[in-house]
Design a protein. Structure first.
Length: 172
């Protein structure tokens, strides 16, 4: 698999008001594949993954993406936090997805411009340093009987919500 350059994905998003999804410690290749599939379905520019402590493009990730990996570029960043800093300097709003986030998913700041959405790991969520790089922490309201959503499901929900906000449609 030939990875894209993170700088190129960020530049494209900055120039086109696009969306990039960054993954902070997603280690299950099936979650990576499902997130790539959702990114493709909702028009994201691409995915940025860290070089260490992260799932990479394996056969399982490719298969789970159901072909989307052929169309949605994935970039491997040596240091995810540096990539987030770079995105911020390029004008992207950085939004982290966190269960305890104080901004509801229906009110994502910067959803109408260049946006980088960070999805945390399956077990630990967003790392502390990653949280500090975010302009806002966004939460998805869920029933209290369920502790959290799977990372790929949460990515799908937030990407859908951004697509609705960009289309000017109310969330249902």
């Amino acid at each position: 698999y030939e990875y894209a350059e993170a700088q190129d994905l960020l530049a494209e998003a900055a120039q086109t008001d696009g969306v990039v999804v960054a993954l902070d410690g997603i280690t299950d290749p099936r979650n990576l594949g499902a997130i790539i599939r959702s990114a493709g379905a909702f028009g994201a520019v691409g995915i940025v993954i860290p070089a260490r402590r992260s799932a990479s493009m394996t056969a399982a990730a490719w298969k789970t993406s159901a072909g989307a990996a052929a169309r949605v570029p994935v970039a491997m960043a040596t240091n995810l936090n540096r990539a987030l800093e770079q995105a911020s300097k390029m004008g992207l709003t950085i939004v982290g997805l966190a269960g305890e986030g104080d901004v509801p998913v229906s009110g994502i700041p910067g959803a109408d411009g260049p946006l980088l959405i960070v999805i945390g790991s399956e077990d630990e969520g967003l790392a502390r340093l990653t949280r500090e790089k975010c302009d806002a922490l966004v939460s998805i309201p869920i029933a209290s009987a369920v502790e959290s959503l799977n990372a790929s499901v949460a990515a799908s929900v937030v990407l859908y919500e951004v697509s609705q906000q960009r289309a000017g449609l109310p969330s249902k």
